[in-house]
Design a protein around this ligand. Sequence first.
Ligand SMILES: Nc1nc2c(ncn2[C@@H]2O[C@H](COP(=O)(O)OP(=O)(O)OP(=O)(O)O)[C@@H](O)[C@H]2O)c(=O)[nH]1
Ligand SMILES: [Mg+2]
Length: 302
Amino acid sequence: MFGFISKNLKSLFSAVSSKLNVLFNTSKIDQETIQEVEKILLSADTGLTVARQITQRLQQDYNAGKIATGQELKKLLASYLQELLVNASINFDMNNSKIYLLVGINGSGKTTLLGKLAQKYVQANKRVLIIAGDTFRSAAVQQLEQLVSKLQVKVISGAADSAPSAVIYRGCEEFKTGNYDILLIDTAGRLQAREDLMRELAKVERVIQKQLPDQAVTVLLTIDATLGQNSLDQARIFSAHVKVNGMVLTKMDGAAKGGIALAIVNSLKLPIAYISTGEKLTDLESFDTQAYIASLLSSNQA
Ligand SMILES: Nc1nc2c(ncn2[C@@H]2O[C@H](COP(=O)(O)OP(=O)(O)OP(=O)(O)O)[C@@H](O)[C@H]2O)c(=O)[nH]1
Ligand SMILES: [Mg+2]
């Protein structure tokens, strides 16, 4: 698994890491090198706050005479990235959760993620129930049913344009009375700026909590990693309306510049539960901090 994730991330970071490695391999570090690090981090989509924060620390080290060689620079950069990501993957224990509510903006990969989680739990011999809570988009239920068609899992759906809380209520009843281990709930995509839709989501969360008061609900926010800095705004506003437990960075295989993980973790202190690296049901990996940093800093292609 480690090899797989680092291979995917390596191609994601190959341009960035090759530029960084030019710096790591120089024998003499000067003022310009530190500025170059900031530029490279920015080009990886880490955002200005993170890039500045890290280079300011490197600058202090440089002034104090602690960075004379490229290898010293690499070591310090790695440790600052590690510190920054310390909250990224800890505190996220998927094993104890039974209920997953997937939220995010339109097209961010919720339904695809649901299919992947369904496959993961079916493979682990769990009895999975799915609620197709996207009653807004007419083709949403068919998309979901097709995605999980080979898994033999029950999908509870409602009439098009009905209130999502109604189908979610029914699905929770089925979960209570049926013999299930895992409940996966899809929701319609919504832009973070739509206050009415954000309130609808908060209502959905309340319905689940009321129906299943003894169960913890894990809310996963899907973030399309190709959208760059706009993702920060999404994560902040969704978190203000529902209790987001973890983020899933999607489309980390495409045009994404994976530094967005650093920006989000730094500003929201939310863990990254998974990264999604493709459209196939198997393209899902746990977020591994060490592998992420290694792929950012190492120029060797796996
Ligand atoms: N390359 C790539 N494509 C992905 C990934 N995840 C999802 N997609 C694609 O992105 C598109 C949108 O994915 P969906 O899962 O339908 O997204 P959604 O959030 O459910 O969309 P709405 O329900 O319309 O809000 C689909 O074409 C997916 O196949 C990924 O990790 N990598
Ligand atoms: Mg969907």
